[in-house]
Design a binder for this molecule. Sequence first.
Ligand code: ARG
Length: 462
Amino acid sequence: MKKTTNLVWGGRFEYNSSNLLKRINNSISFDHNLVEEDIKLNKSYAKSLFKAKIINANELKKINVALDDLKLEVKKKNFKFSDDYEDIHMNVEMELKKRIGRLAGKLHTGKSRNDQVATDVKLWIKEKLKNVINKIIKIQKTIIKKSESNLNVIMPGFTHSQNAQPILYAHYLLSFFEMFERDKKRAKQLLENIDECPLGSGALAGTNFYEIDRKELAKNLGFKKPTENSLDSVSDRDFVIEFLFLLSILSMHFSRISEDFIIWSGSAYEFLKFPDNLCTGSSIMPQKKNPDAAELVRSKCGRIYSSLFNLLIIQKSLPSGYSKDLQEDKEPLFDAFKTIDLLLDIVNEMIGSVIINKIKMYNLSKKGYMTATDLADWIVKKTDYTFREAHNITGKIVLMAEKKKKLLSELSLKEFKTIEPKINKDIFNYVSIENSVARKNSYGGTNINQVIKAIKRAKKKI
Ligand code: ARG
C-alpha cells in the first residue's frame, strides 16, 4: 500500500509497513517497561545537547518540562502507549512531538536508538540489581533470626539423601546464608562491571561532530564512565546475560531449599510444616495440604534458566554491530526479573514461617549410625590404628549393631570389645548425637559455639 503514515524513519520509504512486519517488529507491548529509563536518558541527553549548543536554554527548559510531565503521567498510569510507534523510544519521541512540536526532533541529534536502548537496559538492570540485593539481605536477616531461635535443634545432615552426620538446624539454615551471600556478591560485582555508559556511541561509530561530552553524560546518568568502544557498546548485552546468570544461580538456590522443605514436610520425615497460607488443598482428597508455593519456587528456576539460554542463543554468532535480534533480549529479561522478584518474597516468607518439629528431627538423627565417623575417629585418637583400619573396625561394629537392631550408643562395652578389645567406656562419650555435634568444633563446623560465631560473622555481612 502506498505510504500513508509518517514514521520517523519513513523518508526513504514508498510503501507502508505490512501488518505482519508490525507484528514481528513492534516491541512497545513489552519495552514500555523501560519508559522511566528512557525519560531519564532523554533528560540527561538534552542537558548534553544544551552544553554542545545544539539547543538553547529555552529549548532545554521546554524539553525538560515536557519530559517531567510525561514522567508524572506515566507514574499516575495516565499515559497510553501507542502501537502506532514501534517501540518505547518512538513512543516517547512522538509524545514529545505532540507536546513541544518540532523541538522534539532536535532531541535525537547525534543519538541512535542503538546506543539509547543499550543504555536504557543498563539503567533498568542497575535498578533491579539494587532491588535483588535488598531482598537477598531481607532473606539473610530471616535466616539469622531463625538460626538464633533454633540454636539447639539437632537434625540429621545428609549426603546422598542418606543420614550422614548430625548437625544443628541453624547450621543447615546458615548454609543457605552463604549461598545467598555469594549471590549478593555476584550482584554487587555486576553493579560495578556494568558501570559504563553506552550513550554517545551513536549508531555504531560514535557521535558525529556534535560536541557531546560523553564523560559528563555518563556521570549525569549515574554511571562511573563512558564505554570505551562505540561499536562494542551498541551490541554488548553481556550484562544482560550476566544478570540472568546470577538470577539463575539464585533461583537454583531457591529450588534447593524448597526441595529440602518439601521433602521434609512430607509424611516420611515430618520435620516441618508449611503454614496454611503457603499451602493449597486438593479438589478430591479432603485431608490434603500441599506445599504448592514451595513447589512452584522449585520449578520456576526452569523459567529463569530458559531466559539465560534464550539470551545466550540470541547472541551466538551475532555479527558485529547492532542487529534487531537484540530486541529479543527484553521479554526474557523482564520475565526472569518478575519471576525472581516474586520468589525472593516467597522464599523469605517460607524460611520465616515453616514450623519445625524438633522431636522428629532428633529422632531421625538417632537412625543411620550417624556417629560412626566419631567412633572411627576415637579409635584413631586413642589407639595406634590408622584411620583406614579404624574405618574397617567401625564398619564391623555398625554391621553388628544393625544385626542386633541396636543404636551404637545402645551397644554394651562387651559387645564393642568383641570386635575391638582396645575400645573402652570412653567410647560412649563419642557415639552420642549431642557429643558428635559438639565435637565438630572446626571453623565453620556445626558445634554450637562455632554456629554462634558464624551468626556473628553473618550479622556483619548484612
Ligand atoms: N526496539 C529496539 C531494540 O529493542 C531499539 C533499537 C532499534 N534500533 C534500530 N536500528 N532499529 O533493540
